[in-house]
Design a protein. Structure first.
Length: 42
């Protein structure tokens, strides 16, 4: 990830995906969706 967003929501989402054993690609897709939502709401 080129630009890391240091938000609690983003970090918690990524951690939850890892804990639940989601694949690396799924983690990337979900993280991208969360990042886009955060950027949209700014």
């Amino acid at each position: 990830m080129a630009k890391t967003l240091q938000t609690k929501w983003y970090d918690e989402t990524v951690k939850a995906l890892q804990i639940n054993g989601k694949s690396e690609r799924t983690q990337q897709c979900y993280a991208r969706a969360v990042r886009m939502l955060i950027e949209h709401s700014r």
